[in-house]
Write a protein that binds this ligand. Structure first.
Ligand code: GDP
Length: 526
């Protein structure tokens, strides 16, 4: 095996998806604890509030106590190198989350045992399904009274449309929570609430018939034996291929805050989760073990360092390797750039390594020359697709406070929209600038950044737009006719694409009925 093959085989690049409060932050912290990336649990919690204290515009984030940005954490486990891509917890920044999901090879889904499948989980699952992303499920908070495990699995199957294969099974819950039975190992892992912040393997008892179990579990042992017989008979056995195809999810139970069930999850993750997989470009499928570098940008973050007004483009490596100082070809601009100082995200023990491999993320500093979905290669003209833009659901007209700043406003908005921070629409009928967002906080962030980075003060006014659709039509004649008849509703987005801004849902519906040859698309792929 070459270095490249070895490095690929080790990599696991993933994200955690969940509804807010299910325990994503807590689980992240424990995963890093096991991975040795942080010494003390608690570091991540702190990070939730303080990690961007260095950055001006992040003050906004701090004020609101939410996480706006995505970052990368690399750690080691079971001989693997795991890249965990963090996603914003707040629904207003869900576009960032969707795009991050295009850069992972698999996902962990966290579900609160008392709440079951919640609305954000459903939406995120839909996004994972677009690429058949393999998913491992962690059912959390077993130390509290929750719903029956069987009921939870039924709900996942019915609502999320994915088969469940439990790999562990909980013994009681709440006050009666005693641990989990590991179905593959045929062993009981006993719960001990004293190990919250430490990496310890608790007591393990081999064999369901082991008399030690009667001693430890008392009357609950009978229940457990009966339940396991039922579970073995009624549930799907784990099928690795079905998991890799996104048709089945292995399920683990535990309590993240008590550091329980996390090691079992992590072991299985290192064992079963896929290493970097081939990825489709518009021209051809790119295999990770191709020696030449390729990758795409899934996220741009501005002003991490207030001293430098630059941005960082997060690039996922798809093939080959990155080495400090190498030349990369910026396909959209048709330009070679020398990457002297990419940001790498290394596990704690590999601090000084200046290379990165497929599955890894590197951060490219730039001043607005890099956009979401840009592809970089070593010369080949490739374009990785599949990064979605979602039709915004909220709209505002931009009001400029100083009319002399119109040019700066245009420039700022265009750059911010290219970055994916907001969407900007210019109606064909007038000179308005209309902003579109998925969540209302995006407007605040945009105004904040316009002031901070472009020195432009702006406000917002309500505008009569309910929803937007990208317009496509194969017949140029029909398209011309459509444009003429619907002039007052049409606009161009930041990329120059034609968009229909519907004042009401009913208006949109009527237009769709009236123009059967025109496609009204709710997403646009970059
Ligand atoms: P996030 O919004 O998904 O990142 O969720 P957090 O990790 O911030 O957790 C939300 C709340 O649930 C916090 O108050 C956690 O302390 C709590 N929590 C997380 N895991 C557990 C658990 O295993 N048991 C209990 N009882 N609470 C938990």
């Amino acid at each position: 095996m070459t270095d490249l093959h070895q490095e690929i085989a080790k990599r696991r690049t993933f994200a955690i998806i969940s509804h807010p409060d299910a325990g994503k932050t807590t689980l992240t912290e424990k995963l890093l604890l096991f991975g040795g990336a942080i010494q003390m649990a608690g570091a991540i919690k702190g990070r939730k509030a303080a990690r961007h204290a260095t950055s001006d515009w992040m003050a906004l984030e701090k004020q609101r106590g939410i996480s706006v940005t995505t970052s990368v954490m690399q750690f080691e486990h079971g001989g693997c190198l795991l890249n965990l891509l963090d996603t914003p917890g707040h629904a207003d920044f869900s576009e960032d989350t969707y795009r991050t999901l295009t850069a992972v090879d698999s996902a962990l889904m966290v579900i609160d045992s008392a709440k079951g499948v919640e609305e954000r989980t459903i939406k995120l699952m839909e996004v994972c399904r677009m690429r058949d992303t393999p998913i491992i499920t962690f059912i959390n908070k077993l130390d509290r009274e929750g719903r029956e495990p069987i009921e939870l699995l039924d709900e996942i199957e019915a609502v999320l449309g994915i088969a469940c294969a439990p790999l562990t099974w909980p013994i009681g819950m709440g006050q009666r929570f005693k641990g989990v039975y590991h179905l593959e190992e045929d062993a009981v892992h006993l719960f001990d609430a004293r190990h919250r912040d430490r990496v310890v393997k608790g007591e393990i008892i081999e064999g369901l018939d082991n008399p030690l179990l009667d001693e430890r579990l008392g009357e609950q042992v009978g229940e457990l034996r009966e339940e396991i017989e039922l579970v073995r008979g009624a549930s799907h056995p784990f099928d690795h291929a079905a998991y890799l195809q996104g048709r089945q999810t292995p399920v683990f139970f535990g309590s993240a805050i008590n550091n329980f069930g996390v090691l079992e999850l992590l072991d299985a993750f290192a064992k079963y989760a896929p290493p970097p997989r081939p990825r489709a470009a518009l021209e051809r499928v790119v295999s990770p073990d191709e020696p030449r570098f390729s990758g795409f940008v899934f996220k741009i973050q501005a002003n991490m360092d207030p001293q430098h007004r630059d941005r960082i483009a997060f690039l996922r490596i798809c093939s080959g390797s990155y080495r400090k100082g190498m030349k990369l070809y910026h396909v959209r601009l048709g330009k070679q750039i020398t990457v002297a100082n990419a940001m790498t995200f290394q596990a704690a023990s590999r601090q000084h390594v200046e290379e990165a491999w497929p599955g890894d993320i590197i951060g490219l500093y730039n001043h607005g020359t890099i956009q979401v979905a840009d592809t970089f290669t070593q010369g080949e003209k490739l374009k990785f697709g599949g990064i979605p833009y979602f039709a915004p659901e909220l709209f505002r007209r931009v009001v400029l406070k100083d009319p002399l700043k119109a040019k700066a406003l245009h420039k700022g908005l265009l750059q911010l929209s290219e970055e994916g921070a907001t969407q900007v629409f210019r109606p064909l009928k007038n000179n308005d600038l209309i902003l579109g967002a998925v969540g209302v906080l995006q407007f605040d962030v945009t105004a904040f950044r316009l002031r901070d980075e472009y020195n432009v003060e702006c406000g917002y006014e309500p505008v009569n737009v309910a929803t937007a659709r990208w317009i496509e039509c194969d017949d140029p004649k029909v398209l011309e006719e459509f444009k003429r008849k619907n002039f007052e509703y049409l606009a161009e987005d930041g990329g120059g694409f034609l968009v229909y801004l519907a004042p009401t849902r009913v208006n949109l519906q009527l237009a769709e009925e009236r123009w059967p040859d025109v496609r009204f698309k709710a997403t646009r792929e970059l």
